[in-house]
Design a protein around this ligand. Structure first.
Ligand SMILES: Nc1nc2c(ncn2[C@@H]2O[C@H](COP(=O)(O)OP(=O)(O)OP(=O)(O)O)[C@@H](O)[C@H]2O)c(=O)[nH]1
Ligand SMILES: [Mg+2]
Length: 274
């Protein structure tokens, strides 16, 4: 088995920064984690990608090509389809190393995750190459700081979950940028089974016209009643926080469980021999 996180989220939500931080954390804890850059428009990296889609195709190629003449967004979608059509390239680059742990640093065009099929195809390919996958969806906490925004961010996470059908973890990034009082308010939203979210919409958004308010209430209630979406705060300056998040994702990926199973087998044999 091999293991991978698909690091997704809107433009600028902190995907590449998170990937880099995990690799550094891996370095500190003697654990090898590699990054695959899947963003054909990336220009600058704070990390050295293990594999880089830009060696296959660069978004600039699709914009300058006389026949294609794409703009940046159409060009990106073309590049992702090109990657799927040339999956052999990616398969060759990934090799067949057992127990590899990979972060796929994905592009920030949200439509790739919410309704297009390109990523579903990529996921099916990776699974056929023996990857256990987890989707990690990053959202900038600054867009989650009041009830209405929180519901909207929650819906975006939900639509990615429904479209990709993968085990899923939501992370709130840039926690260091919000004030203490905002953080307090956020804590109320993050607490399971609290009705803070609904209360907040009631109090602060009386200007909402009735119909929208009822809709937002209903969505908030649905998400809360069914525990559909949870967010974990990500704090890059806190090694313990990174370690907790990595452990949560490892458990979802069943990373390390094979080793446990092997040890358990030995235990059973030992007991039988006793
Ligand atoms: N203060 C702070 N800044 C952050 C954090 N994470 C990311 N940033 C900054 O936010 C900006 C965008 O971060 P990236 O990691 O490039 O975001 P991305 O999701 O990879 O962006 P795209 O690939 O363009 O979609 C950069 O200037 C980062 O330095 C964080 O936790 N705290
Ligand atoms: Mg990036």
């Amino acid at each position: 088995m091999r293991y991978a996180q698909l690091v997704t989220g809107p433009a600028g939500s902190g995907k590449s920064t998170y990937c880099n931080a995990l690799v550094q954390h891996g370095f500190n804890t003697k654990r090898e984690i590699n990054i695959v850059n899947l963003d054909p428009a990336a220009e600058y990296f704070s990390y050295e990608p293990f594999i880089d889609i830009r060696n296959l195709i660069h978004v600039q190629d699709t914009m300058e090509d006389e026949d294609l003449q794409f703009g940046p967004n159409g060009g990106l979608l073309y590049c992702m389809d090109y990657l799927i059509k040339n999956a052999d390239w990616l398969q060759g680059q990934l090799g067949t190393q057992e127990d590899d742990y990979i972060l796929f640093d994905c592009p920030g065009q949200i439509e790739l995750y919410t309704h297009l099929t390109t990523f579903r195809k990529l996921i099916a390919l990776l699974q056929s190459w023996n990857f256990n996958l987890c989707c990690v969806y990053l959202l900038d906490v600054q867009f989650m700081t009041d009830g209405a925004k929180f519901v909207s961010g929650t819906m975006s996470a939900l639509s990615v979950m429904v479209n990709l059908e993968l085990p899923h973890v939501n992370l709130l990034t840039k926690m260091d940028l919000i004030s203490k009082s905002t953080k307090k308010q956020l804590d109320r939203f993050l607490e399971p089974d609290s009705h803070a979210l609904l209360g907040d919409i009631e109090l602060n958004h009386s200007w909402f016209n009735d119909k929208y308010k009822r809709l937002t209430d209903a969505i908030g209630q649905l998400v809360e009643d069914h525990s559909l979406v949870r967010f974990l705060p990500l704090n890059l300056n806190d090694e313990e926080n990174l370690s907790d998040i990595l452990l949560t994702i490892d458990n979802i990926l069943q990373f390390g469980e094979d080793q446990d199973v092997k040890t358990k087998d030995y235990d059973v044999i030992d007991e039988e021999n006793d």
